[in-house]
Design a protein. Structure first.
Lengths: 296, 315
């Protein structure tokens, strides 16, 4: 039974099976993209993008306030998340060669893989409950920032680790203080990786839904107040996905299209741009992986 | 004199910078743990009311103000189980293809495309599942399973498409990028000498993969699966939109159910008082599960990377 022909057949079958697995994974991805474009594209026009959600299903519904809300949430979150994440990454890479550094690194890795709904609950505990602000833009941004911090920290750390030691030694040998070495030499050299990580973390938080449900809630009005509930693209989808009204359902698909375009443009754009700069491709690959929190 | 003062200033600036980055790095850590403490405090009302019975009681009744988490723990375990059962073998196949079989020029782009699955927001998975996957489930997949496995308790009832089975399948798709990427890294870290040894003994490619690669990368694949489990347990939106949201314990995958995460998402807006406290307690349970799963995965993968010398392919 164990003839060469039989083993060869088994080998072929195993290869075909592995190929089938990868096709099975790509089918949903392509199907999702096609379906979102097919169902979402008819909704998109200027009025749709600039008028607000009403939630009633009348004509003239749009997603303008949700787009604005998502931009505001991501913007405020970046204001907190980017600097904190960056400095944490600097600490872990440049000063963290000790017990505390290992601890910070470990918990950043764990936090990066945390269910986002738990992060939402944490943000609720602080901003909505403890500070008594209520469901608000600031609470939502805070939740998104907590998601962002470990991603930015890990990608910054990876990027800094790829900077050759000779640069550190060279700068220090020239009498440059350590902190200026870090800011002007190391970060400048690692900027491709750092920027990649920042953009990818923005793509990640733009699509987060569960934490916003728990913290920012929703508003059908144009709002930019930090202490008021605010609309967002993901929650527009969630509120309308099951709606009996065709207009509201169409609104959900339109919001899905805008959201997926934002997220995929960031992901693919960053990747393509960086692939061109071959020099940095290693840093980019690492950053990409770190974003997925796949590092051990 | 002047020069030494300048040097002193530089040294001071240096230690100031080090201090501030240390403080910032510690800040997140401290903040998260403070918030966890605050969460436990918020859950205190429910904890003292129901005690350990909270996780073994099957009643969730806002009218009588009695809350138990068993149906949701059950739903979480069952849907995550389906996700692992379907997602992990698929991911291992993908990882084998990407690390062993694919022509070199296609590996990079193909890995990128698989990882794009992780970039699609969860709420869009849910929307897609509702209108594209659900009809397929109702008309094709579920009837096939009922015909084949209708005699087991797992496939009782009518296929409706909004049930634990659909939720499990969506979760399986969502964990693929995580499990496949980490497994692929583990396989690529296997030294080529192992493959060459197997091949030189006359093994076919698939035999070499089984003997040399899979056994070597075993613990990495195991860690990858645990990470996938962590993702499945905490996933919220896609599950909420597909599981049918019914607080019942039923072994049939064709019945609707509820997971811990979907319960919190569904009831958050209107919950108050004891119910809110109970929801937060569920959040605490979820936190503990996620923490254990993640720390475990890190330890397993960490052991495996330490066992493998730094040949450049480590995670």
């Amino acid at each position: 039974m164990n003839t060469y022909a039989y083993r060869k057949l088994k080998d072929r079958l195993a290869s075909a099976l592995a190929l089938a697995c990868i096709i099975a994974a790509l089918v949903p991805l392509v199907y999702i993209l096609v379906e979102v474009i097919r169902a979402g594209a008819p909704a998109i026009d200027w009025e749709f993008l600039t008028s607000r959600t009403k939630g009633t299903g009348e004509a003239g519904e749009g997603i303008g306030n949700a787009i604005l809300g998502t931009l505001l949430l991501v913007g405020y979150a970046s204001l907190i998340g980017l600097p904190v994440g960056l400095l944490t990454g600097v600490y872990v890479s440049e000063y963290g060669n000790n017990r505390f550094g290992t601890t910070v690194r470990f918990f950043n890795d764990v936090l990066a893989n945390f269910p986002s709904i738990v992060i939402g609950l944490l943000a609720y505990a602080l901003v909505v409950d403890l500070l008594n602000v209520g469901f608000s833009l600031i609470a939502g941004s805070f939740a998104l920032a907590i998601i962002m911090i470990p991603i930015v920290a890990n990608t910054t750390e990876e990027a800094l680790r790829l900077v050759p030691n000779s640069l550190r030694e060279g700068a220090l040998a020239l009498g440059v203080p350590r902190w200026i070495t870090v800011l002007k030499v190391l970060l400048a050299n690692a900027r491709a990786g750092v920027v990649t990580g920042a953009l990818l973390s923005i793509a990640r938080i733009a699509g987060e839904t569960a934490p916003l449900l728990l913290t920012a809630f929703y508003s059908n009005y144009w709002s930019a107040s930090a202490t008021e509930p605010i609309a967002s693209l993901p929650l527009t989808i969630f509120r309308n996905y099951n709606s009996p009204s065709d207009v509201l359902l169409q609104q959900a698909w339109g919001a899905a299209l805008v959201l997926i375009l934002m997220v995929l443009t960031l992901n693919i754009g960053v990747r393509l741009f960086m692939m061109k700069r071959k020099k940095n491709s290693k840093a980019v690959k690492k950053t990409w992986k770190t974003r997925l929190s796949l590092r051990a | 004199m002047k020069e030494s003062r300048a040097r002193l200033g530089a040294a001071r600036a240096d230690s100031l910078f080090e201090l501030s980055v240390t403080v910032v790095a510690g800040l997140t850590l401290a903040l998260v743990w403070t918030l966890v403490a605050k969460m436990i405090l918020d859950a205190q009302m429910s904890i003292s009311e129901f005690g350990p019975g909270f996780v073994t009681s099957g009643t969730w009744d806002p009218n009588r103000d009695v809350y138990g988490a068993l149906p949701f723990i059950f739903g979480t375990l069952l849907t995550s189980g389906i996700a692992i059962l379907i997602g992990v073998p698929l991911s291992i196949g993908i990882a084998i293809y990407l690390s062993e079989l694919a022509p070199p020029w296609i590996r990079e782009p193909l890995s990128f495309v698989v990882e794009l699955l992780a970039a699609v927001p969860s709420v869009i998975y849910g929307l897609w599942a509702m209108y594209a996957l659900r009809p397929v489930m109702v008309e094709t997949i579920e009837p096939i399973f009922v015909a084949l496995l209708g005699w087991t308790p797992l496939f009782q009832g009518e296929p409706v498409g909004l049930d634990k089975f659909t939720a499990g399948i969506i979760l399986a798709i969502m964990i693929i990028p995580t499990v496949a990427s980490v497994s692929k890294e583990a396989m690529m870290a296997v030294p080529d000498s192992q493959r060459e040894a197997a091949l030189s003994l006359g093994a076919t490619q698939s035999e070499a993969t089984r003997i040399a690669v899979l056994s070597y990368a075993r613990s990495g694949i195991f860690g990858a699966s645990i990470l996938g489990l962590g993702r499945a347990v905490g996933e919220t939106m896609a599950v909420t939109m597909t599981i049918g949201n019914a607080n019942l314990i039923s072994w049939s995958l064709l019945d609707p159910g509820q997971t811990m995460a979907s319960l919190v998402a569904n009831n958050w807006g209107e919950a108050q008082g004891l119910q809110l406290s109970a929801l937060i307690e569920i959040g605490v349970v979820l936190f503990i599960v996620a923490l254990v799963v993640n720390v475990l995965a890190r330890l397993v993968i960490g052991r495996f990377t330490k066992a493998v010398p730094a040949t450049g392919g480590g995670l």
